[in-house]
Design a protein around this ligand. Structure first.
Ligand code: BES
Ligand code: MG
Ligand code: ZN
Length: 479
């Protein structure tokens, strides 16, 4: 169930109220008696206690002291985290609505607090026999503020919804979300947002000669899909579209180079990039952002089968490049290459691909951020990075130096799809770059796409990473 955020300009003591404040002097004094105010002051001073909860008849009052932070990125994140931290308590008390009071006139911070609460309140209960037993009671977060504007609240609701949808798709097992079903979800998001969706089926993909996508799909009993979701408003500020490309591997067994040990666990997440870019376009369309944006999602599972592709195969890709296959587990780049080749037909201003591409990226920085690379897009990368700081989906840039291309030289084909044992995230990016002739940004989300356990405002499972980032980036380009 979606948590709704609403603006309100008044509140009374008969409601559940949260005061996130940096200073006790800003709490509404009428709601506390002098004893309570003294109690908070002394426990803060003597015991560094930061959280105070008062049980009123049927309702709660929470005062949450937030550390002053001058750096904006860290400050907003503290508000999100604090919002996330109080949410389980709200649900434990079976509360269905709260009012978050902007007592210090800090609209951005209070929105971040509500965002943290709403993101934390997400649940995936589809496969629980008794979902109602576990369903969070919190359904409405009111923001009591004179500074927050309605448009910001509308956007926040759209983004929270888009993140939930991305998470839902990632959490869905392959048995119920194969490539065709993923395309169906994208079609639904198109209908609900006003974005246009076109889905290529196997026949169309064959006629387009998308060799990379078809090669990976050869091991599957299900057909591949290639989904296109486009938002093209009349008032678009950009002449050339921004094209997003998302890896849509609905399950990655590794193929003939099958994953061993428990490396296959959670590989239903391998379409998180596809889910993220589709959800970002969904959000942009819902919010009627005046930007022409297109997302491409090539999708299949990567499995073993009688005629599965194998190492040593040479595959002719959509753009004609012949690629020597080295390891069938490096499947993502095969289908992304076709989509990146296809993106050329839009004459894009910029292409950003999002993919759970390499264990190498995950090992490099863990799940605290996104590994990014760019070619001919330094300025846009920096803008994206700045947005990343604000939404706290942080980017770190890895280089695409020309020397890495050496590792992709093949003895028998134009290139091979895998480099050496070092810098695997980069050689993967370098491989993708081969299929581009436009400003290009590559985001490897292998680390943060899926949380093993709940963390901050991320529940265990799909995180919805980069949906908030892409939305902010695209929105910022219009102002
Ligand atoms: N989907 C995986 C990458 C991945 C690993 C994502 C862990 C999320 C968590 C990708 O298709 C893959 O298998 N990559 C291999 C490539 C290797 C065979 C060269 C990897 O990184 O181990
Ligand atoms: Mg793989
Ligand atoms: Zn994969």
């Amino acid at each position: 169930m979606q948590t709704i955020i609403r603006l309100t300009d008044n509140y009374s003591d008969s409601e559940n109220i949260i005061f996130p404040v940096t200073d006790l002097k800003h709490v509404n004094k009428e709601l506390f008696d002098t004893g309570e105010l003294e109690y908070m002051k002394s426990f803060l001073r003597d015991h560094k206690q930061k959280n105070f909860s008062f049980n009123r008849l049927g309702t709660w009052l929470h005062v949450l002291l937030i550390e002053r932070e001058s750096e904006k990125s860290a400050r907003l994140e503290t508000y999100r985290e604090t919002g996330a931290k109080i949410t389980p308590a709200v649900n434990e008390h079976k509360i269905d609505s709260v009012i978050v009071v902007d007592a210090e006139d800090k609209p951005e911070e209070i929105l971040a607090f509500a965002e943290g609460m709403a993101l934390k309140n997400y649940q995936f209960l589809k496969y629980k026999s008794k979902p109602d037993d576990e369903l969070n009671t919190l359904s409405t977060i009111y923001i009591g503020s004179k500074k927050v504007v309605q448009e910001e609240v509308d956007r926040l609701n759209i983004v929270v919804d888009a993140v939930s949808r991305a998470r839902n798709m990632v959490n869905e097992p392959v048995a119920t979300l194969n490539a065709v079903a993923l395309a169906g979800e994208i079609e639904k998001m198109g209908k609900e947002s006003g974005a246009l969706v076109e889905v290529f089926n196997r026949k169309k993909i064959e006629s387009l000669k998308m060799g990379g996508l078809l090669a990976v799909n050869r091991g599957s009993v299900d057909p591949p899909t290639f989904s296109i979701i486009e938002w093209k408003p009349e008032n678009a500020v950009n002449k050339k579209p921004v094209v997003l490309v998302g890896k849509g591997v609905v399950y990655d067994t590794g193929g003939m180079n099958i994953k061993t040990g428990n490396f296959m666990n959670d590989m239903k997440m391998d379409m998180a990039g596809g889910a993220a870019v589709a959800s970002a376009v969904y959000a942009v369309a819902k919010a009627k952002v005046p930007m022409h944006v297109i997302a491409l999602v090539p999708a299949t599972d990567n499995r073993t089968h009688g005629n599965a592709y194998v190492s040593g195969d040479v595959i002719t890709m959509y753009d004609g490049t012949r690629v020597e296959v080295i390891n069938t587990d490096a499947e993502g780049r095969m289908l992304l290459a076709d989509a990146l080749g296809y993106a050329k037909k839009y004459d894009p201003e910029l292409v950003i691909d999002v993919a759970t591409l390499t264990g190498s990226a995950m090992r490099a920085i863990g799940n605290y951020g996104v590994v990014g690379m760019q070619s001919n897009a330094g300025k846009e990368f920096n803008r994206l990075k700045q947005c990343g700081e604000e939404v706290y989906e942080r980017l770190v840039e890895f280089p695409l130096w020309k020397e890495y291309a050496e590792e992709l030289k093949s003895d028998i084909a134009d290139i091979k799809h895998l480099g050496g044992s070092n810098a695997g995230a980069i050689t993967a990016g370098k491989f993708l770059e081969h299929f581009t002739d436009y400003p290009f940004i590559h985001l490897d989300i292998a680390g943060p796409a899926f949380m093993e356990k709940a963390y901050k405002y991320y529940p265990a499972g799909g995180s919805g990473i980069v949906v908030r980032l892409l939305f902010k980036y695209l929105l910022d380009k219009t102002v």
